[in-house]
Write a protein that binds this ligand. Structure first.
Ligand SMILES: [Zn+2]
Length: 312
């Protein structure tokens, strides 16, 4: 099945139902897509508790297993990808009918050209300095990032990787295929993103979804040092040492404070680009609690263009 989560569905009597208000049996089933005849089923709202404060995932309708949207239905992933490909400046290529590929190496090249490094990385990993020199208005990079972000928004609207994976393949250098679960990491899989970044010798751009935490502008009065931290997931126990909690801090750096404009605490965002995983630090717990020590893992990204961070 290849479909986007749908907020509405129509029952056999033609009555339109909102997923938020629906419960099984309320309408004359089976229900169908509001834009085509495909049969859909209801997924009730559920609670996600990755964070200290749990959040609610809204209810939605999805295609029944094995179902397909009509050829021109806007809830079909295939149609969305065809549209995306046509405006992608060649980033997304057609492989065969209804199958496309996105070239991650092109994105990486454009990102690396854009960010002229002002000093050696790794000198001060704790607060990496954002690059001060930019190729002014790199049109191609912006187009690539915008395309990738539209693909990621489409993925965020889907229920599973498979919905998009069957239509859009990801390729890196020498046409190596990158699995979608090694490219897109939602809230629950941020630690998996850390694993991928720390173990991957030839880094390709990846996307991390999360919830915006604190934004700090002009650190130590330096207008080029601005950072946005994602809210931390709950710490998990170190499998080798039960009283050691493993935490992850995801930080996005920007040379311009206004690149974080329009993004607020609590917003859901996808951040896409080349990440770094500096060596973890150890700290003692400052509060009474189960964990006595913490292993603090980190993921850092320095924005080359503002659109690498987008709300979903
Ligand atoms: Zn449909």
């Amino acid at each position: 099945m290849a479909g986007i989560k749908m907020p509405h569905a129509i029952d056999r009597n033609g009555i339109k139902w909102a997923a938020d208000d629906y419960a099984k049996g309320m309408g004359a089933e089976p229900l169908h897509c509001e834009r085509c005849d495909s049969t859909v089923s209801h997924v009730a709202s559920f609670t996600r508790d990755y964070y200290d404060l749990p959040s609610r995932v809204r209810a939605f309708f999805r295609l029944q297993a094995g179902g397909e949207h009509g050829p021109s239905c806007r809830f079909g992933v295939d149609r969305q990808i065809v549209e995306l490909a046509s405006t992608s400046e060649g980033l997304i290529e057609s492989v065969q009918k209804n199958r496309y590929r996105m070239r991650l190496v092109a994105v990486k090249d454009a990102l690396q050209k854009s960010a002229t490094r002002s000093k050696d990385d790794g000198v001060e990993e704790r607060t990496p300095s954002a690059s001060k020199h930019y190729t002014p208005n790199s049109g191609r990079l912006t187009a690539y990032i915008n395309t990738a972000q539209r693909v990621l928004k489409l993925r965020a609207l889907c229920d599973e990787d498979h919905d998009i994976e069957q239509h859009l393949e990801l390729v890196f250098e020498r046409n190596t295929t990158v699995a979608w679960n090694q490219f897109y990491f939602d809230h629950a899989r941020q630690m998996a993103a850390h694993y991928t970044v720390s173990h991957c010798t030839n880094q390709y751009p990846i996307a991390i979804q999360g919830r915006v935490g604190k934004i700090t502008r002009a650190i130590k009065d330096d207008p080029t040092r601005n950072v946005l931290n994602l809210q931390k997931l709950k710490a998990s126990a170190n499998p080798n040492e039960a009283t050691d909690g493993i935490s992850l801090e995801v930080s996005v750096w920007a040379a311009k404070a206004n690149w974080f404009d329009g993004v607020n605490e609590g917003d859901e965002v996808v951040v896409f680009g080349l990440w770094k995983a500096p060596a973890p630090t150890q700290t003692k717990s400052t509060k009474e609690g189960y964990f006595k020590t913490y292993t603090n893992r980190r993921l850092n990204l320095t924005l080359a263009v503002k659109s690498q961070i987008t709300k979903v």
